[in-house]
Design a protein around this ligand. Structure first.
Ligand code: ADP
Length: 265
């Protein structure tokens, strides 16, 4: 769960297409939005940026398979002076007109997702069964979910009836020069290092076909660039920040290290 405040400073976000305008229109019309794309490609940063642009508080909820409807809606707490109701983060967002961002939504159980339904159509309300209250969404409330369509595709997916409640925005790793500019800005790295890391990233992503569960994200390239900027040798920075987090498989690690060595000779 994250802070409620509107971000003070503009979170840096380099747009890839029309996503700012599309999101802004969805917000105006109270439409729920689904952000699809690989891990670490900028979905969360985009939402932070939009919260800043729209001047709305943002609450982020990281979904997992233990997340219950009560974790979202709230629960009765037993105190020495009696029982009190405590709103969960979703209820608070609905009352306060915040952006509510459910990250990795497919990780949550289907029965948890059902509580979102009445918020994703024209009704815009949240029923709280335990108190009998119906909370109407305050102006500005918007539901945003993200997921990675490639990851655990066979095991988990969103039900078609749930998906149809969202406007979809497709995210992917940005084109080379844009990604280099993100790496440069975020890691305060020099241009040549950023370019080399991005070109390495492209080649490593091609290994996805050879069994790499997740390909290197922009986030990993930024981490490597940050190590280089602080004086660590480029090869070592890549082994530690890119290769090691991605796999334990000896042959894949070997193949990735070879690509690192070929990039930073
Ligand atoms: P996701 O939510 O898709 O897993 P994030 O939004 O956390 O990924 O992105 C990871 C990092 O990559 C961000 O913290 C940011 O530094 C950087 N990043 C990725 N795409 C962009 C972008 N378009 N503009 C600015 N920063 C970006």
């Amino acid at each position: 769960m994250s802070a409620w405040a509107v971000p003070e400073r503009e979170p840096y976000y380099l747009p890839a297409g029309d996503e700012l305008a599309v999101f802004q229109q969805c917000h105006r019309r109270g439409l729920a939005v689904m952000l699809k794309g690989p891990t670490g490609c900028g979905k969360t940063r985009f939402v932070e940026h939009m919260a800043w642009r729209l001047k709305r508080p943002l609450v982020t909820i990281s979904c997992h398979d233990d997340l219950s409807a009560s974790d979202l809606i709230g629960r009765f707490l037993i105190r020495h002076d009696g029982t009190v109701w405590q709103d969960g983060p979703l209820t608070r967002a609905v009352r306060e007109g915040a952006l509510c961002y459910l990250d990795e939504v497919v990780e949550a159980r289907q029965d948890t997702m059902v509580v979102l339904h009445s918020l994703t159509d024209h009704r815009r309300f949240l029923p709280i069964d335990k108190t009998g209250e119906t909370v109407l969404a305050a102006p500005g409330f918007q539901l945003i979910v993200s997921y990675n369509p490639g990851y655990q595709r066979m095991l988990k997916d969103m039900k078609p009836s749930t998906r149809q409640r969202f406007v979809g925005l497709d995210f992917d790793f940005p084109p080379e020069t844009q990604e280099a500019s993100i790496v440069e800005t975020e890691a305060a790295a020099d241009h040549a290092t950023a370019m080399a890391l991005v070109s390495l990233g492209r080649r490593l992503r091609a290994l996805g076909d050879r069994g790499l569960a997740e390909v290197p994200s922009t986030r990993l390239l930024i981490a490597a660039a940050g190590l280089v900027a602080s004086g660590i040798g480029a090869r070592q920075a890549c082994y530690s920040a890119i290769v090691s987090p991605l796999s334990d498989d000896e042959s894949l690690v070997g193949a990735m290290r070879d690509l690192v060595d070929a990039t930073f000779v």
